[in-house]
Ligand binder design. Structure first.
Ligand SMILES: [Mg+2]
Length: 385
């Protein structure tokens, strides 16, 4: 038996289902032709260009797999969903689905990474699955760590992708941070938040009537000058520093935040999320956790309070807002160390890993984080429709 065959056989045992390699389209790479329904999601001109597209996880999980050790978090033997009965039983167990959503794609790199969409393309049968779940009276909450977009901006994104969603159903890390600052910390009205982040963070703070500085202020995006050594001083009106993904990060902003975090009385240190990477355009860029938060934690020797997945600060905020039954709530995501860990630590009734995203089956072993269920893609539930 070849090494590759052994790995597939080993994986098949582990996940209770036979796993067959896909037909190779690109020589040397097992891959999958996007179904007719998937092709309908794309502009006509793109349909043929995307044909050799491979889901990252789907070729990676054939490449190196050695399932062996017991996991330290979650179910070390996840149930693999594949038949209609599997999906029906799974759906019947839950009333609420917390869905991760963001993803990225690149025609050039032939990659689609995500749960609901990849870049501007809805993944195959996702709309049908969402419609089915809504018809079954299931509650859907979109939970995202992307702090750059507010709930309002997400509604526009959903609209553009022709996916039904209301602001009430969206829970982002910038919203979680705003809730935490306004309703948990109850930041005094005479204090403001200094932001390292984008417009999404500002919008959510505005919605909670929290005043802020920094963020998209053009002054803070300017080059650092000699005068700034004199100008940047502690500011008593700053009550918290909030770090998100900031695409205009500057030495001036970092210096201001650093100065505020060192002053007395103590200024709160909060992060929207600590994702190490930001998947976009079919590849990865540094995430909020690897840039703004990491720099300030290192410089100040302080630890930020994290509001995004997998932090339970976000879970507590979700449960406070929606009053859910924990046992009948399932977290669905594509990333083990955010989505799945979030669901496990939150002691939800279930966690489902979809293999169209960041994490692969071999990552379960490597990260020792195991979902309760695994499926190829979120669109697979459309088989029930
Ligand atoms: Mg994701």
């Amino acid at each position: 038996m070849s090494l590759r065959a052994k790995r597939i056989s080993s994986l098949s045992c582990r996940f209770n289902q036979p796993i067959k390699p896909r037909n190779a389209i690109i020589p040397g790479y097992p891959s999958r032709i996007i179904s007719t329904s998937a092709s309908r999601e794309l502009p006509f001109s793109s349909r043929f260009a995307i044909l050799p597209c491979v889901y990252k996880s789907r070729f990676r999980h054939f490449s190196y797999l050695c399932p062996s050790s017991m996991g330290s978090m979650g179910h070390s033997n996840p149930t693999r969903l594949s038949s209609k009965e599997d999906y029906a039983t799974f759906v019947s167990k839950f009333d609420t689905f917390l869905l991760d959503c963001d993803g990225s794609s690149s025609l050039r790199a032939r990659l689609m990474i995500g749960v609901l969409w990849a870049g501007d393309r809805v993944l195959p049968n996702v709309r049908e699955t969402l419609t089915y779940l809504r018809n079954q009276k299931k509650q859907i909450i979109f939970v995202t760590n992307n702090s750059m977009k507010s709930r309002r901006a997400y509604v526009q994104k959903f609209k553009k992708l022709n996916i039904q969603a209301t602001e009430e159903e969206i829970f982002g890390s910038s919203y979680a941070a705003a809730i935490y600052i306004a309703r948990v910390l109850k930041l005094s009205k005479d204090k403001k938040v200094y932001i390292l982040g984008e417009r999404g963070v500002e919008e959510e703070l505005e919605a909670e009537n929290v005043s802020y500085a920094g963020g998209t202020d053009p002054e803070d995006r300017k080059e650092f000058t000699e005068e700034d050594y004199e100008k940047i001083k502690p500011d008593e009106s700053v009550g918290a520093v909030l770090c998100g993904l900031d695409q205009h990060i500057s030495y001036k902003k970092i210096s201001k935040a650093f100065t505020y975090l060192r002053q007395e009385p103590t200024v709160e240190f909060i992060a929207t999320n600590t994702d190490s990477t930001y998947p976009t355009h079919g590849t990865f860029f540094p995430g909020a956790g690897a840039t703004t938060t990491a720099a300030l934690e290192y410089a100040t020797k302080r630890k930020a309070t994290v509001c995004g997945k997998p932090s339970q600060t976000m879970m507590d905020a979700i449960f406070a807002k929606y009053e859910l039954n924990r046992e009948r709530t399932c977290m669905v995501g594509d990333r083990l160390n955010t989505d799945i860990q979030f669901g496990i630590q939150g002691e939800l009734g279930g966690t489902l890993l979809v293999l169209t995203g960041v994490s692969t089956l071999e990552d379960c072993e490597r990260e020792e984080i195991y979902p309760q269920y695994v499926t190829e893609g979120f669109g697979d539930f459309a088989v029930l429709d």
